[in-house]
Structure formats: C-alpha cells, structure tokens
Write a protein that binds this ligand. Structure first.
Ligand code: ATP
Ligand code: MG
Length: 246
C-alpha cells in the first residue's frame, strides 16, 4: 500500500527561554492508505499536539508532514478532526449540523445525505432535535456523523469516545468499525484506552513522556470483529501496558 501520510522527524516546543517546553521530540512515521493507526501515551505527553501538527493545525519547529506526496502546511479538506472538546453547533439541529460542511448540491440533496449519515450512526428520528435535547453518547454520534458526511480521506480522532460511559464506548467502537468496513478511511486515533486501540487499530504506537517520541510499535494482525479476551490480544495488551509503565 502507498503511504498516505509521512511524518518526518517532527519536533515542537512551546514558549521560549527558560520557560521553553519541549513537547514533541522527533517523531517519524508512515501511515498507509486505509490504515488505522492508534496512539497511546501518558497524559500531557504531546499526543494532541502531534495530531494537530499532522492535521495541519499547528506548525512544527522542524520536520515535515507529507500527505499524498505533498508537504502539508495547513489543514487540508482531505482530513477531518474529531477533537477532544467537541465541535457540534448548539444552535443547529442534528440535520443542520450535518449539512453545515456540505457545499454544492441543492438543499434537498444535502438534507438527504445528512439524514443518511444520521441514520448510519443510529440517530434516525432525531434529525430535527437540537444538541441540548440529546444525550452525551448521541452528541458524540453527531460528531462522528458530521465528520463522515463530508467523506474525508483521513479521519483524525482525539479521544473521541473518552467522555462516554463504558457501554456507549463499546457501542461506538462497533459502530465505527461497521462504518469503516463500508467506507474506507485512513484513521489516526488518540486514545487512553488500550483495549479500544486493540479493538480498532491495525497498528498501535506507544508514545513516551514529554518531549514525546515513539517508544514502541505494535502491529495488530487480527481479523475483525476482535475478541479482546483472546490470549493473543491479552498478551498484546500486557505488552502495551508494560510499555506504559503499568
Ligand atoms: N498551545 C499551547 N501553548 C503552550 N503549551 C501547550 C500548548 N498546547 C499544548 N501545550 C502543552 O504541551 C504539553 C502537551 O500537551 P498535549 O495536549 O499535546 O498533551 P496530550 O498528550 O494530548 O495530553 P492528554 O492526554 O491530557 O490529552 C502539555 O504540557 C501542554 O500544557
Ligand atoms: Mg490530548
């Protein structure tokens, strides 16, 4: 497979002088087209910063990000970010939120597309609801649908399910896998949940403490749907937790 994303020795610090905070300490990686890569690492190590650099929202001090063979210097329409903080517009309905990023087409076509994606994430019947009328889990599904409706080539997800309870988290994982089986995207996922990474990803990167580097890489070559209780995946989990010092 061709490399979709190439990250070449990225370094980044914030602040200056004595207050300078080195955050990313030299990260290189290559992500294949259609690959699902998960990143785990200690809190505050620089995961979100690294993702912001790869998605073009932050500039590195040195190093480069290459997407489809072109240097990525700014956010590209090829990629969509689902951030740690959420980005649903509270004053728009579910359908209007999903239509927001769509251009071209007539209103009717956009509405139909929005409704199709709402249904895909299990929000059929809630197209005209406002975010305040939804549960936390439903809101997260609006986020996911809003990202998918524009058919991004790359999906950047920064702890998208971490605010959800355990049951909803499991449902979202399954949902995401089902959608990815239908519409292949290249995915970069940050998570603090090793099991979530093991369930979803083709490859798991363990990042070191700040300034962060790639401390270890684990390939997950198991077919979906995965059984996390299988001895092989349990072994992988223990190896990853050991890398994290747990
Ligand atoms: N814009 C910024 N200006 C200054 N410092 C920043 C900025 N963004 C991040 N930092 C600092 O960089 C470090 C890494 O932050 P980052 O958000 O990348 O960590 P993280 O690994 O995503 O953490 P978490 O797991 O808690 O989400 C932190 O010490 C943070 O305070
Ligand atoms: Mg973060």
């Amino acid at each position: 497979m061709d490399a979709k994303i190439v990250v070449n020795d990225i370094r980044k610090h914030f602040g200056s002088g004595a207050a300078a905070l080195p955050v990313v300490g030299g990260v290189s990686l290559s992500i294949a087209d259609g690959e699902f890569v998960a990143i785990v690492g200690p809190s505050g190590c620089g995961k979100s910063t690294l993702m912001k650099i790869i998605s073009g929202f932050e500039q590195p001090d040195s190093g480069a990000v290459i997407i489809d063979g072109q240097p990525a210097l700014r956010p590209s329409p090829k990629g969509i970010v689902i951030s740690q903080h959420g980005s649903v517009f509270p004053w728009l309905t579910v359908q209007q939120n999903l239509m927001f990023g769509l251009n071209g087409n007539g209103h009717g076509d956009k509405a139909a597309l929005a409704d199709h994606y709402a249904a895909m994430v299990g929000l059929k019947g809630f197209e005209n609801a406002y975010p305040r009328e939804l549960s936390g889990g439903m809101l997260k599904r609006v986020e996911l649908a809003r990202a998918l409706v524009v058919k991004p080539e790359i999906l950047y997800m920064d702890e998208p399910f971490s605010a959800l309870d355990a049951l909803m988290n499991l449902r979202m994982r399954t949902e995401l896998l089902r959608i990815l089986a239908e519409e292949r995207h290249t995915v970069l996922l940050i998570t603090h949940d090793v099991e979530e990474a093991l369930y979803l990803a083709d490859r798991i990167l363990v990042l070191s403490a700040r300034p962060t580097t790639i401390q270890a890489t684990f390939e997950v070559r198991h077919a979906h749907p995965r059984k996390l209780s299988s001895p092989a995946l349990q072994q992988l989990k223990e190896a990853i937790l050991a890398e994290l010092g747990l």
